[in-house]
Design a protein around this ligand. Structure first.
Ligand code: FE2
Length: 445
């Protein structure tokens, strides 16, 4: 066995390091095309990917596949690294590409990149445990090392499945007496099945769609068929809460309009609010919504007649990061204006608010406070134990309500796990969500 440090000293890693050094051209390329902010993100991610690759691919070649010999193992490692480079180079000229590209570059590149990012902590742990194993200190260290060294590959493969197969669910939201003074997770009923429209009196059926991030693993065909399934469940309202595009979708004019086409036959029942990524392709998003009869609400309200009576939908604008200090005041001001303009009684008030951390800015006792806020943005936490039936995610304990039902006073927030991904390539333990919310409506002001 040679540790990464020993291999470095021996010069055996020189081809790998030369490739890693050459890949530093990518941030320069990204800076020229997308600006300094994207290049900074790239400069942070690429060294992490390279470090993870070094730790994991060496572990595979020196420990797991040690019998194949260093030249072969080294060629496998360098080949895998080059494959990721091709995938990342493709992202610097983003556009939606065909099935062949997805099979040959996008999917393997995404899985490898995810495994390497996970490989920074897990690969380091594997090498430390391996050192203890070969020195004979500590029982179970050999098994622990192997588990840590292989875990990123299994997690990334499972993540691929979670990222393209959103769970079909039915969520029941009932009125309750809980009145928490700050945002707090509440229990609710979630069934992993598609329940038919039973036409229950007093029950509003809402399909929320959020963060599809058209692009990457989410092609036009995949998003379109998800929306066809949602439309077939006959919800009273379809409410989109932002982040409709990923990088590839932003640079493919007309693709989003095609993907949203299954909602075109539902006039007057589809509404949308913007997410942070929509601000980067506002014209494309506006055109796609308008082409499919989806009403975009930007600090606006709209009253719609439903089976449970008049329902008011409020869309709160996504602010740019330079205006973040104004966020609490902004939410309250929009809701106050809405209350002043409300007029006759409504049965239920729903607010579309992309970022769930802004739920805390709502005054639940103020006139115009919504009965239910629908959010996305955090993709359910994206890394967590939700797939195992446990609520923990990487965002647990932070200011972001990550998934499920939350309460603040009499207001409720439903944080949807979303559809696609952005930034971290895959969902690990947090599958996407394809649900219909059955909301038991209790008449309010
Ligand atoms: Fe998002």
């Amino acid at each position: 066995m040679s540790s990464p440090l020993e291999l470095l000293k021996s010069g055996a890693l020189e081809p790998f390091l030369a490739l890693a050094f050459a890949s530093l051209l990518i941030p320069i390329w990204v800076a020229a095309r997308f600006g300094a902010a994207a290049a900074r993100l790239c400069l942070f991610l690429w060294p992490a990917i390279t470090l993870g690759a070094l730790l994991l691919l060496l572990y595979l070649s020196r420990v797991v596949l040690s019998s194949v010999g260093w030249p072969v193992a080294s060629a496998i490692g360098i080949g895998a690294y080059a494959w990721m480079l091709v995938h990342l180079a493709g992202l610097t000229a983003p556009r939606l590409r065909g099935k062949f590209y997805a099979a040959a570059v996008l999917i393997p590149g995404t899985v490898l990149t995810t495994a390497c990012l996970l490989g920074v902590p897990l690969g380091a742990g594997a090498w430390i445990a391996w050192g203890a194993c070969v020195s004979g200190s500590g029982r179970g260290t050999c098994q622990a090392s192997l588990a840590l060294g292989l875990a990123p590959w299994f997690l990334a493969a499972g993540g691929l499945f979670s990222s393209v197969r959103p769970r079909k669910e039915t969520v029941r939201i009932r009125p309750d007496a809980e009145r928490p003074s700050r945002p707090q997770r509440l229990s609710f009923e979630r069934r992993r099945e598609v329940l038919p429209n039973r036409g229950e009196p007093g029950v509003l059926r809402v399909a929320q769609v959020t963060d599809p991030h058209l692009g990457g693993l989410w092609s036009v065909a995949r998003l379109r068929s998800m929306l066809e399934r949602i439309a077939a469940r006959e919800p009273d309202l379809v409410l989109l809460t932002g982040d409709l595009l990923a990088l590839e979708g932003m640079f493919s004019p007309g693709a989003l309009a095609q993907a949203l086409a299954p909602l075109r036959d539902r006039p007057g029942t589809c509404f949308a609010a913007l997410g942070n990524h929509d601000l980067d392709a506002l014209g494309e998003v506006r055109r796609a919504l308008s082409a499919n009869g989806i009403r975009l609400l930007v600090d606006q309200r709209w009253r719609v007649q439903t089976r449970v009576g008049p329902v008011e939908v409020i869309g709160i604008a996504q602010l740019r990061s330079r205006d973040f200090a104004q966020r609490p005041e902004h939410v309250r001001k929009v809701l106050a204006q809405t209350a002043a303009a409300a007029g006759a009684a409504i049965a239920y008030r729903i607010c579309l608010l992309h970022d769930p951390s802004r739920f805390a800015d709502i005054d639940p006792d103020a006139p115009g406070a919504p009965d239910l806020v629908l959010s996305g943005h955090v993709h359910g936490g994206q890394l967590g134990l939700v797939a195992l039936g446990l609520p923990w995610t990487i965002l647990t304990g932070t200011r972001w309500p990550d998934h499920g039902l939350w309460g603040l006073g009499r207001c409720r927030l439903y944080a949807h796990r979303g559809t696609g991904t952005f930034g971290f390539p895959l969902r690990i333990g947090v599958p996407g969500e394809e649900s219909v919310l059955e909301i038991e409506v209790k008449a309010t002001s």
